[in-house]
Design a protein. Structure first.
Length: 327
């Protein structure tokens, strides 16, 4: 077997060609969104991928599926020089910094408080004491749509029936929204989420139609997607069930020992998370550069009106699992 060990010397074209092969197939595509991409303006690209069926499952940090509301709510961002900015001065002027751009603290805090309205809505309309996290995010997306914020990632996922998992949902603005809500509803069951994710992966992992993973950064979303392979393997009596292809875009490096820099073409193969015969591509690049280039390549290849043919069947399969789990 040949192992693809694509590193920084491989151009983005290899990632683009691999993503095209994944899209042209019938398998399930999971995407992990790490860090705070939305504050850098990448939220609309993620929504675009969902709309075209180029991803079937989204696993995200809390920041990415809440901070995109800033742009949706017409909040202004201002660029700063990160090497020379005075953070103490920003604190005094009530400006929050995201590396090279800042946002009004009042606008950011208002966005957090705005999400409190969702928890009040949920408390009123959800009849049971617990709710799976993935269903929580589905209801959040539907609520955002009703508020006229349909361009948000959560709203786009809900509209297209794409499961949105946020394993660390409390690590972000939703916690502040929950704190300020006048009424608090069901408790989110994130362990139930993992059971739901495993049912989806078990359906598609080989000998099914196969699964592939796109990692935008690393962190919890990457680990959540990868460890489903090891759990499915255990469920099946230790029959290997790796993802058949993986693309990761990161500026992290293997030598620092973190998951974000661990290659999808090496260490994780020993765990059975990725296939030794798979198309496993590492792109060491700034995400704000690489993702727009990859999306532009997909647009030029497929054209403006393209929707992945396999999308409807996969959405039906995943929807049935969610319904069985009490969506």
């Amino acid at each position: 077997m040949r192992v693809r060990r694509d590193i920084s010397s491989i151009p983005h074209r290899s990632a683009s060609e691999t993503w095209q092969r994944i899209i042209d197939g019938q398998g399930l595509i999971a995407i992990g969104l790490a860090g705070s991409m939305s504050s850098a303006g990448l939220g609309p690209l993620v929504a675009w991928l969902v709309e075209r069926g180029y991803v079937d499952i989204v696993v995200s940090t809390s920041a990415n599926v809440t901070e995109d509301l800033l742009e949706q709510r017409a909040t202004r961002f201002y660029q700063v020089d990160p090497e020379h900015v005075d953070d103490a001065e920003l604190l005094a002027r009530r400006l929050y910094r995201f590396y090279d751009h800042v946002v009004s603290a009042s606008d950011y805090d208002a966005m957090e408080d705005f999400t409190g309205g969702f928890f009040e809505h949920l408390a009123k309309h959800w009849p049971r004491p617990t709710i799976p996290g993935v269903r929580l995010m589905y209801e959040f997306g539907r609520w955002l749509d009703d508020q006229g914020l349909g361009g948000a990632i959560a709203a786009t996922c809900a509209r297209h029936q794409v499961p949105l998992f946020v394993p660390a949902a409390a690590d972000g603005p939703l916690s502040e929204g929950y704190r300020t809500a006048k009424a608090k509803g069901p408790v989110a069951d994130f362990f139930k989420d993992y059971e739901i994710a495993l049912a989806m992966m078990d359906l598609y992992m080989r000998p099914g139609l196969g699964t592939a993973a796109i990692f935008l950064g690393g962190g919890v979303p990457k680990d959540f997607i990868q460890i489903t392979a090891t759990s499915v393997c255990s469920i099946r009596g230790h029959a290997a069930s790796p993802h058949l292809a993986a693309i990761q875009i990161t500026t992290d490096n293997t030598v620092f020992g973190g998951l974000g820099g661990a290659s999808v073409a090496s260490e994780c193969i020993s765990w059975g998370k990725e296939s030794p015969a798979g198309r496993n591509i590492m792109v060491f690049s700034d995400l704000t550069i690489a993702l727009p280039l990859l999306c532009q390549g997909l647009l030029e290849h497929y054209g403006p009106g393209h929707v992945r043919p396999a999308r409807a069947a996969i959405a039906a399969d995943l929807g049935a699992i969610l319904d069985d789990c009490g969506r």
